[in-house]
Design a protein around this ligand. Structure first.
Ligand code: PMP
Length: 285
């Protein structure tokens, strides 16, 4: 693949795509991003991703230097140029370069970067057999410190939890919020199935409102499976019939254990499979 990376309207090879070491995106994690999927050459829910990008920008008082229609065209053009029918897009907007101090208002040139690449987040076998999770001791960012609803370049909170998961032999880790409730995983939203109902933590639990999460809630509605957004504890996961995660990179992936304890039958459950099939149909449309 002859990768072409977009920076502010221009295209560069992977080796030549560079930004300043004075960019506050690098110095302070001051910036925002989106991760999106390409299915059959088309970006899945591009508009929803861009609306969330604009919300993240507003939340950190970052003025994205081009309009949403232009960025829509640029993302589609970047996909075309890279010629990938199936793939992943990392869209980044940094604060831009400034002085060696926090002041974001001295940064004049936000950088818009679009990387189109392939992604395999988890091995294929885990989609069939299910994922094992551990609960991280690192809690999700307190919403009053850094709202998880902002998809910011400051992902250390998630990185530290991911590290705990990996060290425990798990590819993903469950993160609780400051109240001890289930928030989400390091890069995915969490769902359980209990007595035929789908339950997922509400936005107020301190989560990123995932685009895939919302797509799955829509699919459940179409299938007449009731979804409730309600606070969950680890206990609810331990006694759930089924559990699965959603994310642009992860898609829909079953979870079969938490902290070494089997969830449900220990195999991906029927509602997880049904929703996963519906998701596959949706993205193939
Ligand atoms: N939570 C977090 C912390 C994430 O980083 C992501 C995206 N990787 C998600 C949830 C899932 O969001 P989406 O479905 O929009 O990719």
């Amino acid at each position: 693949m002859n990768q072409q990376i977009y920076i502010n309207g221009e295209y560069f090879s992977k080796d030549e795509a560079k930004i300043s070491v004075y960019d506050h995106g690098l110095l302070y994690g001051d910036g925002i991003f989106e991760g999106m999927r390409i299915y059959s050459g088309k970006v899945f829910r591009l508009h929803e991703h861009l609306l969330r990008l604009w919300e993240s920008a507003t939340a950190i008082s970052l003025q994205i230097p081009i309009g949403i229609d232009d960025l829509t065209n640029d993302v589609n053009e970047a996909v075309k140029r890279n010629g990938l029918e199936e793939g992943y897009i990392r869209l980044i907007v940094t604060r831009g370069s400034g002085a060696l101090g926090l002041d974001p208002f001295q940064c004049a040139n936000p950088q818009i970067i679009i990387i189109v690449d392939k992604i395999t987040l988890y091995p294929k076998a885990l989609y069939e057999n299910g994922l094992e999770l551990v609960t991280a001791s690192t809690i999700r960012n307190h919403p009053a410190a850094l709202s998880p609803r902002i998809k910011s370049l400051n992902y250390l909170n998630n990185v530290l939890a991911k590290m705990e998961g990996l060290k425990a032999g798990c590819k993903e880790a469950l993160m609780l919020n400051h109240q001890g409730q289930v928030a989400e995983c390091t890069g995915d939203n969490v769902f359980i199935v209990k007595a035929g109902q789908l339950i997922t933590p509400p936005k107020e639990a301190g989560i990123l409102e995932g685009i895939t999460r919302n797509a799955v809630i829509d699919l459940a509605k179409e299938a007449e499976i009731e979804t409730i957004e309600s606070p969950l504890t680890r206990h609810d996961l331990f006694v759930a019939d089924e559990c699965f995660l959603t994310g642009s990179a992860a898609e829909v992936i079953p979870v079969v254990t938490l902290d070494g304890r089997t969830i449900g039958t220990g195999s991906p459950g029927p509602i997880t499979k049904q929703l996963n099939d519906a998701f596959r149909d949706l993205v193939r449309q």
